[in-house]
Each structure stands twice: as C-alpha cells, then as structure tokens.
Design a protein around this ligand. Structure first.
Ligand code: C5P
Length: 234
C-alpha cells in the first residue's frame, strides 16, 4: 500500500528543506514544495529533492490564461514532479489546457503524466469573500460546482478541505484523487487551521493523500512525528 503522507516542506531555504527531507523521507510518500520555498530556492530545489528519489508535489496553484498555464505545467512536467496544482476558477478551457499539457509533455519524455490537481475554494475564503468577488456565496455549492467542472475538464484530482471529502466522494467518480490539507492529530495545536480531521478520519472519509505541514516539520522530532502519523493509518 502506498504511503499517503505528503510532507509540506514549508521552510524558507533549500538547506532547511533538504535537511528536513532527508530526516523524514523514509516515513512519508512525497514532499510538497510550495510558493515560499520555490520562490526562495527556485526550480533547483525541485530537482534536488527529486534527485533523492522522492516524489514531489509542486504546489504553485497556477491561474492564468490557458496558454500560459499550459506552458507552466509543461515546465513543471519537465522538472519531473508527480503532482501540481492549478486553480479551477481559471475555468474549463484553462483546466483542459493544463491537463493536455501534462499528458503531452510527459508522453514526449516517456514518463507518466503528473497528476494535475484542481484547487476549488481556498479555505481562507468564506461566504463574504465569495460574495465580494461576485461568486455563488454558498461555499459548499461553489466547491461542488468547481469540482464537477474540473472533472468534466479532464482533471484526475482535486485539493479539498477535510470536511469536503465525504460530500465530494458522493458526487465524483471514484477514481478522482482527493488531496487534503488541514490535518491535525490532536496532539498538537490546530494553528490557523479551523476545520481539521485526524489522518485516520480523513482517510476513512475518502482522502487519497494527506498534506501535513506543521504537525511534522514543527515537531521536536519530525521523523518520529511522521512515523507516528503513519502508524495511526494501519
Ligand atoms: O502546517 P499545515 O499542516 O497546516 O500545512 C498545510 C499545508 O497545506 C500548507 O503548505 C498550506 O499552505 C497547505 N494548504 C492548506 N489549506 C489549503 C490549501 C493548502 O493548509 N486549503
């Protein structure tokens, strides 16, 4: 069985990221490289983490015109990442272009296509945020609408909050991969995460992958923290 833990390398430098990655690699299934680390350390950090043999989730949440997103996805596929994110609110044409670019680039390199994950409504958004930008103000309905559009547009996975997993599982094809942050074990504080589930609860609800940041990297012993989380899953 695959290890569903994706450890977020939410640290500000390549040195810190590589040290953390080396420490916890045997206990996790992949590493997430987000905007802070990528902007600070560049594509080189992706290549260095990949060079250790680890899977990489590049979380840059692309949102632009279809051609630009397609080209950014192609560049990410050339970096050999296994997962990457785009905003579903960029629309169907943008998502189709992203998926096609992932497939075409990977095919030309003779590799499996990276999983293009759609981000629906950020968990920092609420009814007021959606209303102020002229969207359907019901967060749940907006999440469902974007999720359905993402699947229609050919995406094979979505990022969602733990509390959206069960509802999305009811309306989406079973093969759609759901990646969920907002995971807390109960042993640590919730930080700024407001709606959390434990790793086991999230998997039981139908998550395919768990994105875990502070509960691992901010723990006194990150390796032990990751191993303890993994042990709760089986
Ligand atoms: O430290 P923590 O476990 O809260 O980290 C969660 C990771 O998932 C962070 O990298 C954060 O940016 C990301 N994330 C999130 N909530 C979302 C989307 C992404 O916490 N809705």
């Amino acid at each position: 069985m695959k290890n569903p833990i994706i450890a977020a390398l939410d640290v500000p430098s390549a040195e810190q990221a590589l040290k953390l990655a080396e420490q916890i690699a045997p206990a996790v299934g992949a590493f997430k490289i987000g905007k802070e680390l990528f902007v600070a350390a560049g594509p080189d950090i992706v290549q260095r983490v990949r060079a250790t043999g680890a899977n990489v989730f590049l979380d840059l949440k692309f949102h632009d015109i279809p051609n630009t997103v397609a080209r950014a996805v192609a560049a990410a596929a050339r970096l050999d990442v296994q997962m990457l994110t785009i905003h579903t609110s960029g629309g169907g044409e943008m998502m189709q272009a992203a998926e096609k670019s992932a497939q075409d680039t990977a095919k030309s390199l003779g590799r499996p296509a990276p999983l293009v994950l759609g981000v629906t409504v950020l968990t920092s958004s609420n009814q007021e945020t959606l209303a102020e930008i002229g969207c359907e103000p019901n967060v749940g309905r907006q999440v469902e609408r974007l999720a359905v559009l993402a699947v229609k547009s050919g995406l094979r996975g979505l990022v969602c909050s733990p509390l959206e997993i069960a509802d999305l599982r009811e309306i989406l094809p079973a093969e759609i991969q759901l990646v969920t942050p907002g995971i807390r074990t109960g042993a640590e504080k919730a930080d700024d995460q407001k709606r959390t589930l434990t790793p086991r609860e999230a998997m039981a609800a139908g998550a395919s992958w768990l994105v875990i940041g502070r509960p691992i990297y901010a723990a006194e012993n990150p390796r032990a923290a990751a191993e303890n989380i993994l042990a709760t899953l089986y």
